[in-house]
Design a protein around this ligand. Structure first.
Ligand SMILES: [Zn+2]
Length: 303
């Protein structure tokens, strides 16, 4: 099957590869900007995907979850490359999580996991090599493969976070992330701190409530007495794990029960691990979190 836009993906990637004469491409080499050391390294995209999987998902997770993460990492990167954004030092991608995905080199990974380094490295390499060149596509285009740590039971739609409806980023039920430490957590904010940090006047007997929720149940707007603040701003101010809350007003404090960690859009990583442990394949994981998508394999030359 000839896939229009994917032909373009292949051509774009071929520009980065050493052989652009045939329909087969060598895995492209990319220039990655390392934001902490302010330098660029060149590496093959599949090698880069290993470093992203190592940085973005616990390597202790089941193999099928790591494979799903490899597809997310590769797809996210290809989409970014195609967008042709500018990164410092003329790089193709950055390891700064404010714009791209995190990345660790193998020596850095060894420092983090000295005892199990060889075993975990082999597992990540297997997850990446066994899904080599595979991208998640929707209507023949690489998707925006967003993911987050823990959804807390229901993922969030892109429309409810960013106001743009994306057909494959809808809210789906997730029964698989309860093993995460962030599935349910409790935070206590004193009214005094709330007042001091947010500048919202709490007064002597404040009433704080979630005044608007998204379809998934996450907070959109908070009301402190008669003052409003957006849930995302409130989350940022108090460093809360998500916007999936229940509030309880106590005498001196606001008690918050939070579910999940992260924006909640796309693949729930702990959910992916739960699905894998339940015997699901990486393809089932991908199609659960990214509705109506397909998997397309880039036509790489053999190793
Ligand atoms: Zn989940």
């Amino acid at each position: 099957m000839v896939l229009g836009i994917l032909g373009i993906v292949a051509v774009v990637l071929a520009c980065y590869s050493h052989n652009n004469h045939s329909s087969e491409i060598t895995p492209p080499t990319i220039k990655l900007y390392l934001h902490e050391s302010n330098q660029i390294i060149k590496l093959e995209i599949e090698e880069y995907v290993c470093g992203v999987v190592a940085a973005e998902m616990p390597a202790s997770f089941a193999l099928e979850a790591l494979k799903a993460q490899a597809l997310c990492a590769r797809t996210y990167a290809c989409k970014k490359i195609m967008e042709d954004r500018q990164y410092p030092l003329n790089a193709d991608l950055s390891d700064d999580i404010t714009c791209c995905q995190a990345y660790v080199s193998w020596p850095q990974f060894e420092d983090l996991h000295p005892a199990q380094y060889e075993e975990l490295k082999a597992k990540i390499e297997l997850a990446v090599s066994s899904t080599r060149g595979e991208l998640i596509v929707y209507k023949d285009k690489p998707i925006d493969a967003l993911y987050h740590s823990t959804c807390g039971g229901q993922t969030e739609s892109a429309a409810d976070v960013w106001g743009t409806d994306i057909p494959y980023l809808q809210s789906v039920e997730c029964k698989y992330c309860s093993a995460s430490n962030y599935y349910e957590t409790r935070q206590v904010i004193s009214y005094q701190d709330l007042n001091d940090i947010s500048g919202l006047v709490t007064g002597s007997n404040p009433h704080i409530e979630i005044s608007e929720k998204s379809l998934s149940g996450r907070a959109r707007e908070i009301k402190v007495n008669d003052q409003e603040i957006s849930a995302s701003q409130f989350r940022q101010l108090f460093n809360l794990p998500s916007t999936y809350w229940e509030f309880k007003n106590e005498k001196d404090d606001l008690i918050i029960n939070s579910r999940g960690y992260g924006h909640g859009v796309g693949m729930c990583q702990y959910g992916a691990n739960g699905m894998a442990l339940d015997g699901k394949s990486y393809k089932e994981i991908i199609s659960h979190y990214y509705k109506d998508t397909e998997i397309y394999k880039l036509n790489y030359q053999d190793n």
